[in-house]
Design a binder for this molecule. Sequence first.
Ligand SMILES: [Zn+2]
Length: 372
Amino acid sequence: MNERPCHPTGSRFDPAEFNRDNYERVSAGLNDALRRIENDHGLPAALEVLEAQQLDVGFIQDDLSQVQRYRLIHPSDPGHVFTAQFNPRRTLRHAGAGRSSPPKGSTAENGGCFLCRENVRWQQRGIEVGYDLRVGERDYIAWMNPFPLMPMHVTIARRDHEPQTWVRDSPGASSQTIRQILDDLLDLTSRLPGFVGFYNGEGAGATIPGHFHFQFFKRPEGQEFALERTASIAAAEVHRHLPLVIRKYPIKAICFSGRRADIVLQANRWIDQWTSHYESSRALSANMIAQRAPQDGDSFHLFFVPRNRLYSHAPGIAGLVGGLEVLGEMVFSTDEEKARLVSGQIDYHSVVRILASVEAPGVSEFLDTIQP
Ligand SMILES: [Zn+2]
């Protein structure tokens, strides 16, 4: 008798429904626990637990142990250093980790977008669970990165499927969108002391341009990035108030520092001028990089790097040039790049060329019009 057991007559077991309910139960349970931890100990502690859970369940597949790091030092001025990492799994970050077509009973929303929660469940076989966050007036979900570039690398994505770009049909609408982005970025940054937060615009390092998201990671102990060092030097040279225009760097950046309200005011004024200057061109993009001042939740440093989305790649690097690269940490992932790193063919000057080649055209001229 090899008959297989069959369902009792009349039972209507629906595996898709079972798995969906199960996912919701796990997600609700984990979110309850994380909420309590955040209330008692802050958001970094909650994300630390989320990371541990996602490692335990096998969603995070890389603990950075495969990553090799290099220092690319200026040949005659050793104070100037870019850093580089060889991260062979970078290319697997999104598509490689999950399944590409939905099972019976589920559908691929928004073209199978990797940041839509409805897709994440089946794409990641139910093991990727995010932490629901209310940020200002909007809902977000914090997802751990399965192939991190940095410690505690988290993607904080809008709950709804909305585009990454801030450019709208009119300068007024664009300004309003970027204001919201800035508000949310600073809100999250204030809740994440010790972290660096990024907004990478479309064509400025955003890997999923269809779905709005920020990236955050924990700053490696003692690491000062090249752009930050250049900003410190520039700040010491001028005795003027905000903002600080950083020209002595391969890609120009504006640095806003101080209390949140001042930064928002200054950055909005600056961004409005820039957006109007280009009549809200669809090609406009940007990197914004934020961090909270230690010990003070209401003081920030914010870098704004004007970008053009038609200049998203640079010769000499296979991956996109996003906020981390702009900060001074290059991410290389191909075998050919590794060979060039090891042999010294990729050096300090290579990084200068990479960053210079993604500067938005016209930025210098624009800066001259506002600050000769
Ligand atoms: Zn989406």
